[in-house]
Design a protein around this ligand. Structure first.
Ligand SMILES: *[C@@H]1O[C@H](CO)[C@@H](O)[C@H](O)[C@H]1NC(C)=O
Ligand SMILES: *[C@@H]1O[C@H](CO)[C@@H](O)[C@H](O)[C@H]1NC(C)=O
Length: 264
């Protein structure tokens, strides 16, 4: 029992944001212009506007986590039963809320209005902010594999910077290695920011990758040990890794993760 409690407190305190799977209370606002979400502290650029049918959001610094939280998925429910439906909305985090104060999310307007009851959209707009509860949920990409976009600043063969796209499940990428296909001499890449990782010593292509995602009690390796980038990889192209992550990191979040998140 003592060990159990020790483990619990370790995972409670080791996780920056407390427990991902706990329900949090906060407020949400919205951007009147979708372009506000396309510059971005996650580096997705205008590509973000196409994610998740445009249901995207910027999150507080505790959710953005210096960029590690980019691409994470959240279910958000508005707590005003007169204005809002009980389903809420599922969004992908693509940016950071600056000076967030007590507003953990600023949503794209389509995501914000998706929380409205029929006929209440105009009133929702006027409300500007609403009380919400939210939790992190696994991302689901039925028609996309985890993919790598080669960043514009890459220069084959001297510099490789990549951005991860379409990461399913509910984990964080904590390490990335790259090697020539068939070779076992892996080189680590460093996180530049958010979903962008780079190396100034890329091996000669074609290239394979392996990553470590947080598993909770232990990291988990994800292998893409076949050609992901061809020898002549090119900046601004996106390459399919042929794998998808669907793991959900185990966390000790007792007692919050034992409670059901009831519909209102
Ligand atoms: C944060 O909230 C406090 C208290 O409501 C307010 O005085 C302050 O101006 C807010 N700061 C920002 C940056 O919105
Ligand atoms: C994902 O990768 C698998 C294995 O390489 C492949 O068979 C499948 O077609 C890919 N799915 C998509 C949606 O591209």
């Amino acid at each position: 029992m003592a060990i159990f409690i020790l483990l619990c407190s370790f995972f409670l305190f080791s996780s920056v944001n407390g427990c991902d799977r706990c329900v949090h209370q906060s407020k949400a606002a919205y951007y009147s212009s979708p372009q506000s979400l396309s510059a971005g502290a996650c580096g997705y650029g205008t590509m973000a506007l196409g994610f998740n049918g445009g249901f995207i959001a910027s999150g507080s610094s505790a959710l953005h986590r210096g960029g590690i939280g980019c691409g994470g998925c959240f279910q958000i429910r508005c707590k005003n039963p007169r204005l809002c439906n009980s389903r809420g909305v599922k969004v992908i985090l693509t940016d950071l809320v600056k000076n967030s104060n007590s507003t953990d999310f600023v949503l794209s307007s389509s995501a914000f209005l998706a929380m409205a009851r029929p006929g209440m959209a105009q009133e929702m707009k006027k409300a500007i902010t609403v009380d919400i509860e939210y939790k992190r949920i696994p991302c689901e990409y039925q028609k996309k594999n985890l993919s790598i976009r080669v960043e514009e600043k890459s220069q084959n063969p001297n510099y490789l910077a990549i951005k991860f796209l379409y990461q399913g499940g509910q984990t964080d990428i904590v390490a990335v290695d790259v090697a020539q296909v068939g070779s076992s001499s892996w080189r680590f890449m460093a996180r530049d920011y958010g979903p962008v990782w780079s190396t100034s010593r890329p091996p000669a292509g074609p290239l394979q990758f392996r990553l470590v995602v947080t598993g909770g009690y232990d990291g988990k390796w994800i292998w893409a040990d076949k050609e992901v980038l061809p020898a002549q990889w090119r900046p601004s192209l996106t390459y399919d890794m042929g794998v998808q992550i669907d793991d959900v990191a185990q966390e000790g979040c007792y007692p919050c993760d034992t409670r059901e998140w009831k519909l209102m």
